[in-house]
Ligand binder design. Structure first.
Ligand code: NAD
Length: 338
């Protein structure tokens, strides 16, 4: 099948091309992000393959439909960037990769937590410059701390399990209980209790209208002074302006972000020779107790192999007229958000 692959980097080409040996699709790798300005690049392609910052709103979907596209194969688990209702109305089949390596994201999350706990990001730079002083590097044990995990699906449950292994007391919040959490001693509580008791809060729920700015001024007010906040899920779960204020006041003691609400124009690009125009993002980077990674949590060899394999299997199933494993419909999306 002819597939226009948007937002491709060298690693996408490498892993998709390797996995395609078993499928034989005609993949055209396009560097631009999918936007109303670039949608014409998909002219005549029956399928497109898109990533997390590609724009798949009603306007772009209409352009794709007029261009003859029928299949949208997401090479991501998250799908908050797709207007699924519009896609259904326009007759698109949409697929995603619901689970590739939840361990990749969970392990990156714990990496951020450990780095912030022990100020490894500062220590790394200092030692390289010959500054071997410990002044300012005082950390705190993770053992014995209370960790609040919001969203206990595939990723959140692994994070909770790892943190329990470190000796953390795990509190969890989700709309649906996962027995695995209680099996290793975690406890489901209300968000009020989770925010009030947690030394660290880590977000693993999807971005849906109900979770937009879940962490806002009011939620932050309910948290402990000096709380560590981690978001490796989706940027808009967090009101970044409120978080900047909370960092300035000391309410947030440490922040680890792998996602940012305005990341589409920033992440995945080398901007080292450019002036970043996003003042909120630039302010975040000035804090000594903030680590930002560029939507990197998924980025392991294992995950990229699985993403490429599953994305192409979805396309092949569609081509053969069978139901793709990663089929995504508005009803399935609603069931996922519960
Ligand atoms: P999942 O579907 O397995 O789990 C999501 C959990 O969130 C479910 O248990 C669901 O019940 C819960 N949930 C839904 N609405 C909620 C609400 N209002 N409040 C609390 N919990 C709610 O998903 P997953 O695979 O664990 O992924 C979690 C998130 O991680 C995804 O939504 C995705 O956006 C993000 N993600 C990020 C990366 C990355 O590279 N940073 C990679 C993959 C996934």
């Amino acid at each position: 099948m002819q597939v226009a692959v948007f937002s491709t980097k060298s690693y996408d080409r490498e892993f998709l091309a390797a996995a395609n040996a078993a499928h034989g699709h005609d993949l055209t790798f396009l560097e631009p992000r999918l936007t109303p300005q670039t949608a014409r690049l998909a002219d005549g392609f029956p399928a497109i393959c898109a990533f997390v910052n590609d724009q798949l709103d009603a306007q772009v979907l209409l352009m794709l439909a007029r261009n003859g596209t029928k299949l949208i194969a997401l090479r991501s688990a998250g799908f908050n960037h797709v207007d699924l209702m519009a896609a259904e109305q326009l007759g698109f089949t949409v697929t995603r990769v619901p689970a590739y390596s939840p361990h990749a994201v969970a392990e990156h999350t714990v990496g951020l937590i450990l780095a912030l706990c022990r100020k490894l990001h500062k220590a790394y730079l200092r030692v390289r410059e010959g500054n071997l002083s410990l002044e300012g590097l005082l950390g705190s044990d993770l053992h014995g701390r209370t960790a609040g995990v919001v969203g206990t699906g595939k990723i959140g449950t692994i994070v909770a399990q790892i943190l329990a292994g470190f000796g953390c007391r795990v509190l969890a919040y989700d709309l649906a209980r996962n027995p695995a959490i209680e099996a290793f001693g975690g406890r489901y509580v209300t968000t009020d209790e989770l925010f009030a008791q947690s030394d660290l809060v880590t977000l693993h729920c999807p971005l849906v209208p109900e979770t937009y700015h879940l962490i806002n001024e009011e939620a932050l007010a309910r948290m402990k002074r000096g709380v560590m906040l981690i978001n490796t899920s989706r940027g808009a779960l967090v009101d970044t302006r409120a978080v900047v204020r909370a960092l300035k006041s000391g309410k947030i003691g440490a922040l680890g972000l792998d996602v940012y609400e305005e990341e589409a124009d920033l992440f995945f690009e080398d901007l080292s020779n450019r002036v970043i125009q996003d003042d909120v993002f630039s302010r975040l980077l000035t804090f000594p107790n903030v680590i930002v990674t560029s939507h990197q949590a998924f980025f392991t060899r294992d995950a990229l192999e699985a993403i490429a394999r599953e994305t192409l299997a979805n396309i092949t199933a569609y081509e053969q007229g069978t139901e793709p494993r990663g089929l995504l419909t508005p009803a399935r999306a609603m069931a996922q958000a519960k």
